[in-house]
Write a protein that binds this ligand. Structure first.
Ligand SMILES: NC(=O)c1ccc[n+]([C@@H]2O[C@H](COP(=O)([O-])OP(=O)(O)OC[C@H]3O[C@@H](n4cnc5c(N)ncnc54)[C@H](OP(=O)(O)O)[C@@H]3O)[C@@H](O)[C@H]2O)c1
Length: 313
């Protein structure tokens, strides 16, 4: 099939594009051509690149039409963060493609009530990011005519992979904590460390997209979590890593206010955002409907990423 991926050279695209090429699809990537995939693969030579700046073209109302003119069977939108962006694109694609795939986020759930969270649970998104992604899902699955634009929405957790820093055991991207855990130094953890993070390897996200494409009939009109098998508590994550580094975890539990004083405002903000979301989702629906079986546990995905970070110094 002819597949257009909007934003196909990032975390997800690095794994999704080679999978689609290997499955025999014709892939066109739309990006600004400013960034390269995180790792090489011979499949990239077969990719058709189209340089477009979505932000600029949306302002003039030309983005949707530009994607429609690429005449594909499937459009995978990895980088829509606002309902107006999706609306513009969807309007232009109606009646012209066989499948529209939107990349959402586990943060559409916001405050959890029952865990692991299911796709069908009532939503209480917290921040603008979650609110917009939730609105996009509602629009695509409940407002758009599925005969006009057959759509599916895939919700990844915290994406991990070789080439970038995984969300750490304190919910930010400050690599210092890995050094501390590896050397037995004290690590401050907010509260009792019982909040949760739900990572997923980028290749498992790619797997989920490919399965939704394969099982298009079942996927249309539905959303699916793409996560590792189980979430991690913050303290459990720190303890596992310390053990992996051959140390006993030297953790001290403090209030979030005390923790905040020990890091930068940016890291504290990200920690707080992960703390209040405490992601912990179910993959049962993806497993049953799509046959999704993630290859990596959260820890395996994180370890692979940390090994690569160490190799890169
Ligand atoms: N990261 C996470 O942990 C996480 C978790 C849950 C959900 N998600 C979802 O994952 C999606 C992002 O996927 P990703 O992490 O693979 O993306 P990414 O790594 O940030 O890559 C972004 C891609 O979009 C392109 N791009 C950026 N701005 C553009 C523009 N103005 N016009 C055209 N292309 C543009 C980039 O290439 P150029 O720079 O060359 O343009 C690149 O190909 C989002 O929908 C996000 O909500 C992410």
């Amino acid at each position: 099939m002819k597949i257009v991926i909007i934003g196909g050279t990032g975390h997800i695209g690095t794994f999704l594009v080679p999978r689609l090429i290997e499955a025999g699809h014709e892939v066109t990537i739309v990006s600004r051509r400013q960034s390269d995939p995180y790792q090489a693969h011979k499949g990239w030579q077969k990719v058709n690149f189209v340089a477009l700046d979505r932000t600029a073209l949306e302002k003039t109302g030309e983005f949707g039409q530009a994607i429609a003119e690429l005449a594909s069977d499937v459009v995978i939108d990895l980088i829509s963060f606002h309902i107006d962006s999706t609306r513009q694109l969807a309007e232009a694609l109606k009646g012209r493609i066989k499948l529209f795939m939107h990349c959402g986020t586990i943060w559409v759930h916001g405050y959890n009530v029952l865990v692991p969270t299911k796709e069908s649970d009532p939503r209480q998104p917290i921040d603008e990011y979650g609110v917009q992604k939730n609105a996009i899902e509602h629009y695509l699955l409940h407002e758009v005519d599925q005969f006009q634009l057959p759509s599916t929405v895939l919700h990844p957790g915290h994406i991990v992979g070789p080439g970038w820093t995984p969300i750490t055991p304190v919910g930010n991207v400050d690599q210092e904590i890995y050094v501390k855990l590896a050397s037995g130094q004290e690590v401050l953890i907010p509260n009792q460390g019982l909040e949760t993070l739900h990572h997923v390897h980028a290749d498992d996200v790619a797997l989920g997209f490919c399965l939704a494409l394969e099982h298009k009939e079942q996927a249309v009109g539905e959303s699916f979590h793409l996560l590792s098998e189980r979430a991690l508590t913050w303290r459990g994550y720190a303890e596992f890593l310390a053990e992996w580094y051959g140390q006993s975890a030297n953790l001290r539990f403090v209030s979030f206010d005390e923790f905040k004083q020990t890091t930068t405002p940016e890291h504290a903000k990200l920690s707080w955002e992960h703390l209040i979301h405490s992601s912990n989702g179910s993959i049962e629906k993806a497993r049953q409907v799509l046959g999704y079986h993630p290859r990596y546990t959260s820890l395996e995905a994180i370890q692979e990423s940390l090994i690569r970070l160490k190799e890169q110094g």
